[in-house]
Design a protein around this ligand. Structure first.
Ligand SMILES: Cc1cc2nc3c(=O)[nH]c(=O)nc-3n(C[C@H](O)[C@H](O)[C@H](O)COP(=O)(O)OP(=O)(O)OC[C@H]3O[C@@H](n4cnc5c(N)ncnc54)[C@H](O)[C@@H]3O)c2cc1C
Ligand code: FES
Length: 238
């Protein structure tokens, strides 16, 4: 059990929760969260949005979709929440300059990815593209850590993305956006995408979160959620 430090709306239906937690966590990893006994049955996967090891604060950015996230949104400071994780393999440690592309809630795992990259590679540059359908949210912290942040509302963010010589791309968002990103970035640039599938166990046991790859079926929870573009088979979606 972990104790909630704060939990507040950053936009209608979008919440940020800070939890007291210390440990090792890599960008792109996720936790299985639950703050209820039996209903809903399963814990819910939520990515690490940010982590401050000094103050022992782990942050999640989440959208209220159904029962689980609604229950989470009703919690307040000092309430307890069960955190199981971190799970999965996160974004790799890259040594080139970085381009980061987030669509809607897909921005969630990308802030810690940018923060961690800049902490490890102070002289390297990160350019961030954030695309939203209606309202932007969560932009300010990216302004604090990235070299350049491009925000687009109501458009197609992948049409704005420029990738320059030697840059690596990280992306997260709706499948259609990630597919467009995978198609748009020239093959010489590595592209790492964080995928979402509905999850039950979160640790590779139930086989409920399979995705087709060139090496056969893999589990998004245990083998991902981050995959290299060339591993993925997109036929008929993911
Ligand atoms: C690895 C991983 C990391 C994630 N990180 C975040 C995050 O940082 N922030 C965030 O807001 N959400 C994240 N999600 C999605 C989040 O887990 C779901 O929105 C949540 O489980 C919905 O639970 P619920 O009980 O509120 O809704 P439910 O009642 O379970 O579902 C409500 C609606 O949400 C859809 N839904 C449920 N689970 C998923 C899913 N995994 N992917 C897409 N749609 C889903 C359902 O199809 C349904 O339409 C992540 C998912 C994965 C797999
Ligand atoms: S959620 Fe069970 S194998 Fe991935």
């Amino acid at each position: 059990m972990a104790v909630i430090k704060s939990n507040y709306a950053v936009e209608e239906g979008i919440y940020q929760m800070e939890v007291a937690w210390t440990g090792d966590v890599r960008p792109g990893q996720f936790f299985m969260l639950r703050a209820w006994d039996r209903d809903p049955l399963l814990s819910r996967p939520i990515s690490v949005h940010d982590y401050d090891a000094e103050s022992g604060t782990l942050s999640f950015l989440y959208q209220v979709k159904g029962k689980g996230t609604k229950l989470m949104s009703e919690l307040g400071p000092m309430d307890a929440i069960q955190l199981d994780g971190p799970h999965g393999n996160g974004f790799p440690d890259v040594k080139s300059n970085l381009v980061v592309v987030g669509g809607g809630m897909g921005i969630a795992p990308l802030l810690y990815a940018v923060r961690d990259f800049k902490a490890k590679h102070k002289r390297k540059k990160v350019r961030v593209y954030l695309g939203y359908s209606f309202e932007s949210y969560g932009v300010e912290p990216f302004n604090d850590v990235a070299d350049d942040v491009i925000v687009n509302i109501g458009g197609i963010i992948t049409e704005k993305v420029e990738v320059k010589r030697g840059e690596t791309v990280f992306g997260c968002g709706p499948n259609v956006m990630m597919r467009a990103l995978a198609d748009a970035v020239p093959p010489k640039h590595p592209v790492y995408l964080s995928l979402e599938k509905r999850m039950a166990c979160g640790m590779g046991v139930c086989l409920g979160c399979s995705v087709k790859t060139v090496d056969g079926n893999k589990q998004v929870c245990a083998d991902g959620p981050v995959f290299e573009r060339d591993e993925l088979i997109w036929e008929g979606g993911l």
